[in-house]
Ligand binder design. Sequence first.
Ligand code: F6R
Length: 245
Amino acid sequence: MKFITTEDYYHMSRVAANIISAQVIMKPSCVLGLATGSTPLGIYKQLIRWYEKGDLDFSEVTTINLDEYKSLSPDNEQSYRYFMNKNFFNHINISKSKTHVPNGLELDEKKACSEYNAIIQSVHGIDLQLLGIGQNGHIGFNEPGGAFEKETHCIDLSESTILANSRFFKSYDEVPKQAYTMGIKSIMQAKKIIVVVSGNNKADIVKEAFFGPVTPKVPASILQLHPDTTIIGDKDAFKKVSDLI
Ligand code: F6R
């Protein structure tokens, strides 16, 4: 694993955006694995800026998102499809038909998951996967204790994740309790992975996930075994590992 220490959130976002734009420039028809959450917002803003300046062309790019809440429709403001359209896709020249997010409205779990696996297979693998990491070590919605060898599956969200995500909803009760997520197996098949971490509240999990044992109790720890993973973090997120990297 490679670590890149940046001054703050803004610089972390620019470094990650630079790596993603290099990927798009080197292979215009690339497949990007994308994440939602707070951390990637600065990256999407930066990529939009470079697109507007004429430096980037997304017309041939395909995207595969990590996850979606079960039961939320694309026009629900809390759905991840809505998030991606609002914060990224609506502002660049990507063809929406090439952007993929699990179908939250498909309540038949088996069908929803096998359809998403078929999409991942049809694009012949992800060139660059962007990940955030939960304070409990989740990646996508792969919560602690799940199996490493899973593909897309339906997950019961952990209490801590529901609590963390309730900041985006009117109340705790409104947070969906289940989600569809790409599995660790599919994430690990990405050719290149970049993980972005920012802020003091990620400092403990950064140490545990990347310098502790590889264990399903900390899903992100599996990334230690990926051949091309780069962790981009600001000083606060790296404060407990600065002498190790
Ligand atoms: C989002 C996702 C999650 C987030 C993680 C960190 O698609 O899959 O794993 O990356 O919860 O979220 P933030 O960036 O909000 O701290």
